[in-house]
Design a protein around this ligand. Structure first.
Ligand SMILES: [Zn+2]
Length: 392
């Protein structure tokens, strides 16, 4: 598919993607064109199959409706890689899902196997969802050099270092592809359709297997000089009470080494084994291994150890965020990721620390909230990213 021919056409397409169908007259006003000039651009876009100028009226004379919408057959693809999952979503031109498939996949199997499977699933959702594919956005759980779409030294995924993910998928899917870090894409998803939509400057914090932040600045994702802006999981946090734990990155005392998924599993197992938590001991004896989910269940059951663990973690996240608030002055902080039901307890701790330790001018009207999109932020961000590129 060829993209828009000029900036007016690009703005028309982005407007229809974000706000849905419009009358021709409204469209002209919204993009700052006279009605006649807007009509010219709409006709050219319709001639090239990118939008529809409305169906001919059913009863009388084939007069065309004044309602314009993005072409019904337009499709974008999201490939969202998680540490243990692969989700492929096909959307229409307004980024609404039309077909989706999710599988458990171990990314440590390496890029050849995992990307091969992603392409198979893409073929499957395209067969189900029809239409014409205009582009694909790909999210990876690790640092990505955005300019050429390659992962760079991802800590959990040694085999992926500098693999040409973007170029390989563009070749196999036959469409434009962009690759970014998964947290950046979730931040963009929150900007597109989440609670942060009205904000041009905000932070999205993902707390899951890893901990990271997506920085939205002036309405777009800020990636930094090398694409690793927002990698807050490896910020050192204070630990007066014990020697700092070792982190997968090679340092000690990182936020993630205290409160990432692996850290929670480690602390929960220790507490189960040395008698600090009856709930976790019972769970460990029945399942053989503990995860963050078990910590959340223990907390929900009133377990003292689990509650303390989550509160300590929330305070450490809060410490790091308080520094970022003073530095960046965000309009909002959105907390998301696989919080496994700990969200509200975490939010209370994070709010307490950030509001106590940041300057009143920075926090005066800054909400700290839980994501309402949840996992959907990932596909929304991926398709928003690639459609921004296609509609530019
Ligand atoms: Zn680290």
């Amino acid at each position: 598919m060829d993209g828009p021919e000029n900036t007016h056409q690009a703005r028309i397409l982005r407007l229809l993607r974000d706000d849905g169908e419009r009358s021709r007259a409204e469209l002209g006003d919204a993009v700052g064109l006279s009605r006649s000039k807007a009509a010219v651009e709409v006709t050219r876009l319709a001639d090239r199959g990118l939008l529809e100028g409305g169906e001919p009226a059913a009863s009388r004379g084939g007069r065309r409706s004044s309602i314009v919408r993005i072409a019904a057959g337009m499709r974008f693809l999201s490939i969202a890689l998680g540490a243990t999952s692969l989700e492929v979503t096909l959307t229409d031109g307004e980024l609404r899902p039309v077909a989706r498939v999710t599988e458990q996949v171990d990314l440590r199997r390496g890029p050849a196997a995992v990307l091969g499977r992603a392409v198979e699933l893409a073929v499957k959702v395209r067969a189900e969802g029809g239409g014409f594919l205009c582009g694909a956005g790909v999210g990876i759980p690790g640092p990505v050099r955005f300019a050429d779409g390659v992962p760079v030294a991802p800590p959990f995924l040694p085999g992926w270092d500098r693999h040409p993910v973007r170029d390989q998928l563009a070749d196999e899917l036959g469409c434009p592809v962009l690759v970014d870090n998964d947290v950046n894409l979730m931040a963009l998803g929150e900007k597109h359709a989440g609670i942060a939509k009205p904000f041009d400057d905000f932070l999205f914090v993902k707390i899951g297997a890893g901990i990271g932040a997506g920085i939205v600045m002036r309405g777009g994702v800020y990636r930094g000089a090398n694409g690793c802006a927002g990698d807050i999981g490896h910020t050192a946090v204070m630990s007066p009470d014990r020697p700092p734990p070792q982190c997968v990155c090679g340092n000690t005392g990182c936020l993630e080494a205290y409160f990432g998924g692996a850290a929670l599993a480690r602390d929960a197992t220790a507490a189960a084994e040395d008698g600090r938590s009856d709930f976790l001991a019972l769970r460990l004896s029945s399942t053989g291994a503990l995860t963050a989910r078990d910590v959340a269940d223990a907390m929900a059951a009133g377990d003292h150890f689990a509650t303390t663990l989550v509160r300590d973690g929330g305070r450490r996240v809060g410490q790091v965020l308080a520094g970022l608030v003073s530095f960046f002055n965000p309009g909002m902080i959105v907390i998301g990721g696989g919080l496994s039901g700990m969200g509200h307890a975490l939010l209370a701790e994070i709010r307490g620390v950030v509001y106590r330790s940041s300057l009143p001018l920075a926090t005066g009207d800054m909400p700290i909230v839980l994501s309402e999109l949840g996992e959907d932020a990932a596909y929304l961000g991926a398709t928003r990213m690639i459609s921004d590129r296609v509609f530019s």
